[in-house]
Design a protein around this ligand. Structure first.
Ligand SMILES: *Cc1c(COP(=O)(O)O)cnc(C)c1O
Length: 349
């Protein structure tokens, strides 16, 4: 069953403010125009001008030799991991990271790759000593440690460059390559105020989602050294991710890279505003991380709150208890945010 199934009937399509995820953004007029104007070709033949341009632009921005456009972040991570590792080899990664927790163990299922989860710190980073301690000795009893897989942002937390550098260095000292699941890479760079190449430069490969805060309908990009990207391209074909006139998506991505990166700061500001309102209501625990607010209602009135907000055209996710994640994105403007704020105030007022 889909984790979203319980929301059927909550009026998601008519929602005036949908806070469940930044994947819910829809292409706006400018993006639709860019899609319509796109000159297209067959990307499996390497002939789609938009895809070729997108791959070149992101490789350049991240300071990498090459890049590859894929249908989803899960496939982008998976193709990257399969390019790095052989059967019997191992990936060290955070136990709460998406690659370990939410990608159906694809690297193990399809690649015979072992996943070695380690605890994630409260700030979203992996501890260098923990990484060093997880690396296996060269012993025929053990898996061969090959890759360190990091994540930024993690649950919205932008992990500072120094912590990313320390983790990457611990991996490299042990002879590991380093991959970054940067699904929300640009939320991280915008929040940290660091250059894209500075964060990407710590990594061998970087995967970035275009369909979250950047607002495109679908697609992710994997960037890295030319030889690894060539391997990932073969994996993409094998996984069924070779798309034909994928330029309709790449054109949206090129538009987003120009128009929707710097504006992520607005999402972060609005998330901070929402967190302030929730704290002011004193109705539960609140934590803020870039474009996400996590709210744990005091009396566990999650379902009642969800129904009340839905009646006001505001949609939130989460279960019947525990933290509710509220995600700010391009399609939640000031008016929509105000609706959420009014809905919260009338529920708790
Ligand atoms: C969304 C996400 C992904 C990839 O998800 P897809 O839905 O497959 O695009 C990977 N890692 C993180 C941290 C994510 O948030």
């Amino acid at each position: 069953m889909s984790q979203y199934a319980g929301l059927a009937g909550a009026g998601a399509n008519a929602a005036l403010c949908d806070l469940r995820s930044d994947t819910l953004t829809r292409p706006d007029t400018g993006m639709m125009r860019a899609i319509q104007a796109a000159e297209l070709g067959d990307d499996v033949y390497g002939e789609d001008p938009q895809v070729n341009r997108l791959e070149a632009v992101l490789a350049e921005r991240l300071g990498k030799e090459a890049a590859l456009f894929l249908p989803s972040g899960t496939m982008s991570n998976l193709a990257g991991l399969l390019a790095h590792c052989q059967r019997g080899e191992e990936i060290i990664l955070g136990a709460g990271y998406h690659v370990y927790a939410y990608e159906a163990a694809g690297a193990s299922v399809l690649g015979g790759i072992s996943l070695c989860p380690v605890p994630v710190r409260d700030d979203g980073a992996l501890d260098p000593e923990v990484i060093a301690g997880a690396v296996k000795a060269d012993d025929s009893h053990l898996a061969v440690s090959r890759l360190l897989s990091l994540e930024n942002t993690h649950n919205g937390l932008a992990v500072p460059l120094a912590d990313m550098a320390a983790a990457a260095a611990a991996g490299r000292t042990a002879g590991l390559a380093v991959h970054l699941d940067g699904a929300r890479f640009f939320n991280a760079t915008v929040a940290l105020g660091c250059s894209e190449a500075a964060l990407a430069g710590l990594m061998d490969t970087v995967s970035i989602c275009l369909s979250k805060g950047l607002g495109t309908p679908a697609g992710s990009v994997l960037a890295g050294p030319a030889d690894l990207i060539a391997k990932a391209r073969r994996w993409r074909k094998m996984l069924g991710g070779g798309m034909r006139q994928a330029g309709v998506l790449a054109a949206a991505a090129l538009y987003a890279l120009e128009h929707n990166v710097a504006r992520l700061a607005q999402d972060h500001d609005r998330a901070a505003e929402l967190a302030d309102v929730l704290r002011g209501l004193g109705a539960g625990e609140v934590s803020l991380a870039t474009n996400m607010v996590f709210f744990t209602p005091k009396e566990g009135r999650n379902d009642a709150l969800r129904m009340h907000l839905a009646s006001e055209g505001v949609v939130i996710g989460g279960g019947s208890s525990g933290a509710i994640r509220m995600v700010l994105h391009k399609d939640v403007d000031n008016g929509a945010l105000d609706r959420a704020v009014q809905g919260l105030k009338s529920f708790y007022g």
